[in-house]
Write a protein of this length. Sequence first.
Length: 382
Amino acid sequence: MSAPVVIVGTGLAGYNLAREFRKLDSETPLLLITADDGRSYSKPMLSTGFGKNKDADGLSMAEPGAMAEQLKAEVRTHTRISGIDPGHKRLWIGEEAVNYRDLILAWGAETVRVPVQGDAADLIFPINDLEDYARFRAAAVGKRRVLLLGAGLIGCEFANDLSLGGYEVELVAPCEQVMPTLLHPAAAAAVQAGLESLGARFHLGPVLNRLQKVADGLEAHLSDGQVIACDLVVSAVGLRPRIDLAAAAGLVANRGVVVDRHLKTSHANIYALGDCAEVDGLNLLYVMPLMSCARALAQTLAGNPTAVSYGAMPITVKTPVCPLVVSPPPRGSEGVWSVEGLGADIKALCRDAQGNLLGYALTGTAVMEKLALNKELPALLA
Ligand SMILES: Cc1cc2nc3c(=O)[nH]c(=O)nc-3n(C[C@H](O)[C@H](O)[C@H](O)COP(=O)(O)OP(=O)(O)OC[C@H]3O[C@@H](n4cnc5c(N)ncnc54)[C@H](O)[C@@H]3O)c2cc1C
């Protein structure tokens, strides 16, 4: 039998690529390999599970067996690839070698871990996949107070969702505002005020130094001397594309695995997409770019070389207490911000010297203007 097309990863990138590929080619053997349980789920839903009252099983959309049937593929679960040998077109699973016709890396990003002292440091929960979420849900039963590390998009979404779920939320992050890399300060203030209206308390500036077990839970010691009593700690301090195995195999990696507009790495017959990929310099950890990549790469793998392009890709942040849509200005662009609105309803626009719209942040009722504004936004990869 000819060597299969092998996809590493059954996240949204891996499964969507497989689906798009099967629309074009129903014959070529297809093998998906994943370190996790291989269930199909939508990762963005992980930060809505408490508000929607859904546990991990409730968020799962299909078992790996059903996916295998649907995709006419083999799906190997709980299987971690340990190396790539591009010269021989094979990969390693421990001692086992698997040959490929084409190899696609869709192995995502890993959670950044912050160094924390104390006898409860290993009780910090990252939530970056369905299994993480199941572990956290199990640990949260009967608990009340959650300390959240990180004030980025994911930290804010969890703050909203856990508050809706009835938890008392304290959020700690060493930045001056929420979503510092993404959001104009006026919009950030609106989102923070919304989350505070749900009862969330913010500690912006310090970091968590030490986490200690005490009689009735945990004690979090912050770098500014504050001590916060809590029952659980969730870490949402950031994600880093997985590049180690690629770099060890000699593939060019930067922030992510470096690929061109055809999603091709520095080596023949190896491609990457999703959170692990840096596409023509852009490593975007969102679903929209990954879907565009899946469609283009499926064409290429089916024998019709196709470059990916990105239009404007605004991000809808799931903080229902203060709706937020944001489209950061493209890299390298220079613009000036103007802010209209008050309180929860902020319209912050970034324009270049000619008056062209480069980016925006819309909160509250201002999000209704997004469709009109989207038409003016520049493409991210023209
Ligand atoms: C809480 C949360 C909320 C989000 N909300 C949004 C949102 O609202 N909108 C949006 O656009 N984006 C959102 N995102 C981001 C979005 O979910 C991701 O960009 C997307 O899911 C990434 O998919 P992926 O397939 O690249 O990676 P992943 O889903 O991380 O999949 C990686 C796969 O690779 C496997 N793997 C890793 N290493 C190995 C190995 N060595 N061997 C075998 N298998 C391996 C894993 O087991 C897994 O199957 C959110 C993310 C989080 C965490």
